[in-house]
Design a protein around this ligand. Structure first.
Ligand SMILES: *[C@@H]1O[C@H](CO)[C@@H](O)[C@H](O)[C@H]1NC(C)=O
Ligand SMILES: *[C@@H]1O[C@H](CO)[C@@H](O)[C@H](O)[C@H]1NC(C)=O
Ligand SMILES: *[C@@H]1O[C@H](CO)[C@@H](O)[C@H](O)[C@H]1NC(C)=O
Ligand SMILES: *[C@@H]1O[C@H](CO)[C@@H](O)[C@H](O)[C@H]1NC(C)=O
Length: 397
């Protein structure tokens, strides 16, 4: 799959975004929507789902737990890095778009809080988090994964929601998280849509993934669900049919003498291979490229009750820095090649080169700088960093 980042369009879009004021009507619409939710279900907090035993309020609060995390993630990054830092890393014009992403997350937090309060439930508060925020590139790499997990979390929860209006509300957020994810994938030179279906995760799966980010929470605001053991992944390249070396971080998670599987989830598919001597094969059937979740299981099932450890996160999508979008091709390609070449030769150095192109605010220079800035090598470096810092979150970028 081919991807070349048309930040040309992005920059134009950023200008357009800042020029468009949000009409007051939107706030009114949101308010009336929340009031409607209130009327429909005043005792929502106490109401339990017949099928899952989980109330809508619990589900919305779980969503809020994740939105707090995402909101803080972008706020911290935009405090730590300036527009100039992004520019120096080759992403001229990106900052205002990330500010928009950040505002989206803040808005999601406000919306869920209001919906919970309208339903008589107590919204969870933000926690203290520890994020591995070291460089602009690491930030973009981890953002890709964070947004992907957000999509999977909403998707996994959707089927358990009772009130149709809450399904719509969650869906309205989910699709925006999916666009954030697609945009960041694109920035990182991955196809924005690596598979035709997104991947649902259980709440337990999500807690396992995000637990390493939580430091401490106000009373009553920590995730109440318990996650599983994290997974240590030592493989650094992930290809369909390739070998994956992994062990549960907590070695005691695997009872002796049990047949153990690696379970892979992409889209709505599930694939299983045997886990033997600390490794398993990445299957070639019932799996697609894209952000893939790997579980260590006691049976060929991805259900929580069979899960011993994980998910770990891998991505089998090939990166491609030499793809253009029809229609944008000319503006993106013209004058770009020299900047790409020089940045490519600089790719071995750990520090993002202030590529020649970043000195040029021209659309062509912008696109070139962006492509150049995310070399596969640098992404691999970021992956190693995350794996080290985040433990269970094996990021294969
Ligand atoms: C990247 O995209 C280009 C242009 O479409 C294509 O020719 C090339 O084969 C792709 N490379 C990989 C590794 O997929
Ligand atoms: C979060 O961190 C701040 C600053 O270190 C501290 O004052 C506060 O008590 C922490 N909150 C919780 C819930 O631990
Ligand atoms: C997994 O990695 C963590 C952190 O590096 C380490 O403490 C732990 O011992 C590892 N677990 C196994 C089973 O190797
Ligand atoms: C793929 O799915 C088919 C049908 O469910 C199943 O028989 C096969 O074992 C699966 N392959 C893998 C690798 O999981």
């Amino acid at each position: 799959m081919l991807v070349k980042v048309p930040l040309v369009a992005a920059a134009a879009f950023a200008t357009a975004v800042s020029a468009v004021a949000v009409p007051a009507d939107i706030e009114l619409m949101k308010k009336s929507y929340i009031e409607r939710l209130h009327k429909r279900s005043t005792s929502l907090a106490k109401r339990n789902s017949l099928t899952t035993g989980v109330s809508d309020a619990t589900i919305l609060n779980f969503a809020l737990t994740l939105e707090h995390l995402e909101d803080t993630w972008y706020k911290m990054a935009l405090e730590k890095f300036t527009a100039a830092d992004f520019e120096a890393a080759g992403y001229t014009g990106l900052y205002p778009l990330l500010e928009q992403v950040s505002r989206d997350e803040t808005s999601h937090v406000g919306f869920l809080k209001a919906a919970l309060e309208a339903a008589g439930a107590t919204p969870v508060q933000a926690c203290n988090y520890s994020f591995p925020l070291t460089t602009v590139k690491d930030f973009l790499s981890l953002s890709q994964v964070v947004e992907g997990v957000g999509v999977s979390a909403y998707l996994g929860a959707a089927g358990a929601i009772h009130e149709p209006d809450y399904v719509t509300a969650a869906g309205s957020i989910l699709t925006v998280e999916a666009r954030h994810n697609a945009f960041v994938r694109f920035l990182n030179n991955y196809t924005p849509f690596p598979q035709p279906y997104d991947t649902p995760l259980s709440a337990t799966n999500v807690v396992t993934i995000v637990t390493p980010f939580f430091d401490s929470c106000p009373e009553g605001s920590a995730p109440t669900i318990k996650g599983k053991s994290a997974i240590n992944v030592t493989t650094t390249e992930f290809t369909l049919g390739g070998t994956l070396e992994l062990v549960p971080a907590d070695a005691s998670a695997v009872p002796a003498g049990t047949t153990v599987y690696c379970g892979f989830a992409t889209g709505l598919e599930a694939a299983f291979t045997l886990w033997e001597d600390g490794s398993c094969k990445i299957p070639t059937e019932n799996i697609t490229t894209g952000q893939t979740y790997v579980l260590v299981t006691t049976g060929p099932s991805l259900e929580d009750k069979y899960t011993l450890a994980g998910p770990a996160i891998i991505d089998t999508t090939p990166q491609n820095t030499s793809v253009t979008i029809p229609g944008l091709e000319n503006s993106a390609a013209s004058g770009a090649s020299s900047a790409v070449a020089s940045a490519t030769s600089a790719a071995g150095s750990a520090v993002a080169s202030s590529a020649p192109a970043s000195a040029s605010p021209s659309p062509a220079g912008l696109a070139a700088a962006t492509n150049a800035a995310v070399s596969g090598k640098q992404m691999a470096g970021a992956a190693g960093l995350f794996a080290a810092l985040v433990g269970g979150l094996a990021v294969l970028l």
